[in-house]
Write a protein that binds this ligand. Structure first.
Ligand code: WTA
Length: 653
């Protein structure tokens, strides 16, 4: 069996802690102020939420007409003839970049700010709707001149700069499919994603600013391309000005291309079918390979525009700050696309929340008069550690709503966010959703009474439940699988190149009932509020960022000394979870601290800094099932000193 040379020093069991919090908070209710209710975009949300399930078709039809302009009308709202391969707005013709920019550039909104951006060093850029539309057109024409056409994929590996938003919109404008890879990923992770998507064109930056230093994105992209030779062209944004090597004939500077006649300022949007792929976004899968979640052109935009409008109650004069990375689904849906579709003004910041000082974010809220801030529990916990004095130095009175996403928020962080940042004035919108759901699924709006740590109730038209293995609904306070019982327009349609995996990951667990399996466990309280417990599978969330155990394990296995590897997520007071790795070394080898450092460095290089294990333990064997699958649950229980539970499938060692 496992020999533990090192016990975790982290105290507390995640579920127990969550349990105590849930019990304490189910009766801590924050009613919305009458003011907020009377000004809400959807004051009758609670009634609508009750009624809409009786006719989701009419509800989504109305939203599709309200928020989206169609080049040609759809014939059917929902085609459910081949479940779970649902089609929404079948036959409709549309382009998301058109709805995000072109149509606004023809109205008074052309002069409105679409995007305010501040770089880590303090440089500022402002784009009006007209200005952003023009940049997108120019870059769309550049891509076309590179031979990119409808249905091709383009990989974007860039920092948090406006050019990333421009590149995303330009790609979809010409009907191509983007795959944005988080700039915190490294060589192998990037190479795998480029290869799976089959991108001939990659857009990157020379570097990215990170806490006053630079990350050499171009070098990493070069190394990845070396490993996946499908790439023929690389377009490079000059951001940090650091030295990079440009391969003649393959690499081109963004700013040079944008000054050529090929970058003409008008580009006709490609007419897309509602069910054509819009983008691929890789997330962690149960196998070693990351899975490319595919969203499509029609339903996705209807869903994200509707949810943003009602959940965050966006108004024409708001300044919306979604502080996520654009490379995350949160950024795709709620930085790049939905705010623009709604004609809103977004703020975006390039750097770290606490750089150069722990009040950087608060100074930005004050400086730009941000009215709605949306971030993660990890960010709140990290900033909370620096104390109240930092936010208290700033005028945060422009804030009217606050949001969180990515992990359950613990009550202490919730209260701090509510009291210190929101001045007890701003409802906390705790949104539960996933890469695969496209947009918010279980969430309050400003009119819903809140309980700290609960994502409250499903959005209008969403039928969610917590069920036992046999599909029966759980009793209040009983943990079960969180499932969605009916399709919704933002549902991911498939896994890129792998429809079988789509079926097995999401639709096989409750196949008889035809329900979507979220992979999360949850419970409901006696008011029917949902409390998310966490993942039931092998996904680890570090600082809210989803990582697959298999991808990290594979990177450890690619080290010449490692014979077997397993990684688990352990609770961490700030990051939510951190990674703990277990390695069996090849025969005759001894692990020491130097090798621990080397393995950490190896993971940093292969997968990225976010995936680096907090601890590496050398063991003589790993607990496996008889079929050879590593029992992560058992490893975790052992480290945490919890009961190991059912071990009947454990192979004899
Ligand atoms: C977790 C992020 C608790 C959950 C949009 C889910 C949450 C996974 C919440 C998806 C929340 C997301 N409360 N847990 N409000 N929001 N999660 O694909 O485990 O990066 O399955 O999408 O994050 O992560 P993903």
């Amino acid at each position: 069996m496992v020999s533990m040379s090192e016990k975790s020093n982290r105290s507390g069991q995640p579920n127990l802690r969550r349990e105590v919090e849930i019990l304490a908070a189910t009766h801590e209710i924050y009613a919305p102020s009458p003011d907020v209710v009377s000004n809400a975009n959807l004051p009758n949300y609670l009634e609508l939420q009750q009624q809409a399930l009786s006719d989701i078709i009419t509800f989504w039809d109305d939203q599709a007409q309200t928020f989206i302009d169609w080049f040609e009308p759809y014939q059917q709202v929902l085609d459910n003839s081949n479940p779970p391969f649902y089609k929404w707005f079948a036959g409709g013709k549309v382009n998301i970049a058109y709805n995000a920019l072109d149509r606004h550039a023809r109205t008074w909104r052309k002069n409105k700010l679409a995007l305010l951006w501040e770089g880590e060093p303090g440089d500022v850029r402002l784009y009006s709707y007209f200005g952003l539309w023009r940049e997108v057109n120019k870059f769309a024409n550049v891509l076309r001149s590179m031979g990119v056409k409808k249905g091709d994929t383009v990989t974007l590996y860039m920092g948090r700069v406006p050019e990333l938003i421009i590149a995303m919109l330009a790609t979809v404008k010409i009907g191509a499919i983007h795959s944005v890879v988080y700039a915190g990923f490294s060589e192998q992770a990037l190479a795998d994603r480029i290869e799976d998507a089959g991108s001939r064109v990659v857009v990157t930056c020379d570097g990215a600013w990170l806490r006053g230093k630079t990350v050499n994105l171009k070098d990493i992209a070069d190394a990845a391309i070396h490993r996946s030779p499908v790439v023929q062209q690389m377009l490079v944004v000059k951001r940090t000005g650091q030295q990079v090597r440009m391969a003649p004939g393959r690499d081109f500077w963004w700013h040079e291309l944008m000054n050529l006649p090929i970058a003409s300022p008008y580009c006709e949007p490609e007419v897309m079918d509602a069910e054509d792929p819009l983008f691929i976004l890789y997330t962690s899968g149960s196998t070693g390979k990351p899975k490319g979640v595919v969203h499509t052109c029609g339903g996705y935009q209807v869903f994200i525009a509707t949810t943003l409008k009602y959940v965050f109650d966006l108004k024409e004069d708001d300044r919306w700050w979604c502080a996520a990375d654009p490379a995350w689904i949160t950024g795709h849906s709620y930085i790049t696309y939905a705010p623009l579709i709604l004609g809103a003004t977004s703020f975006m910041y390039e750097g770290a929340a606490d750089y150069p000082y722990p009040d950087r974010w608060w100074s930005l809220v004050e400086k730009y008069h941000v009215s709605v801030l949306y971030t993660t529990p990890t960010a709140i916990r990290r900033l909370m550690r620096f104390g109240e004095a930092w936010p208290n130095r700033h005028d945060l009175s422009t804030l009217r709503l606050l949001g969180t996403v990515g992990e359950p928020i613990n009550t202490a962080a919730w209260r701090w966010y509510y009291q210190v940042i929101g001045g007890e004035r701003c409802p906390i919108i705790d949104t539960w959703w996933q890469t695969e759901t496209g947009g918010f699924m279980i969430t309050p709006t400003p009119v819903v009474p809140l309980k700290p740590g609960s994502a409250t109730i499903p959005f209008v038209g969403i039928e969610a439940d917590v069920v036992r293995e046999d599909g029966a609904s759980c009793e209040p306070y009983e943990d079960g699988d969180l499932v969605i019982k009916r399709p919704w327009p933002g549902l991911a349609r498939t896994i890129w190149n792998n429809p079988e995996q789509y079926l097995s990951e999401y639709w096989s667990q409750f196949q008889a009932q035809g329900w979507y399996f979220s992979g999360d466990s949850a419970r409901r309280d006696d008011d029917g509020y949902f409390w998310i417990i966490g993942r039931t599978d092998d996904m680890i969330k570090v600082s809210g960022y989803p990582l697959g155990t298999a991808e990290i394990e594979n990177s450890l296995l690619s080290h010449k000394f490692v014979a077997e590897a397993a990684v688990i997520g352990l609770p961490d007071a700030v990051k939510g979870q951190v990674i703990h790795a277990f390695c069996v070394l090849k025969t005759g080898l001894q692990g020491d601290n130097r090798l621990v450092d080397e393995l950490k460095e190896h993971v940093r290089h292969e997968v990225g800094p976010i995936a680096v294990p907090a601890a590496v333990t050398f063991v003589t064997s790993l607990p496996r099932t008889r079929s050879g699958k590593i029992m992560h649950r058992l490893l975790k229980a052992q480290v945490l000193g919890q009961p190991v539970g059912d071990t009947s499938t454990l192979a004899d060692q």
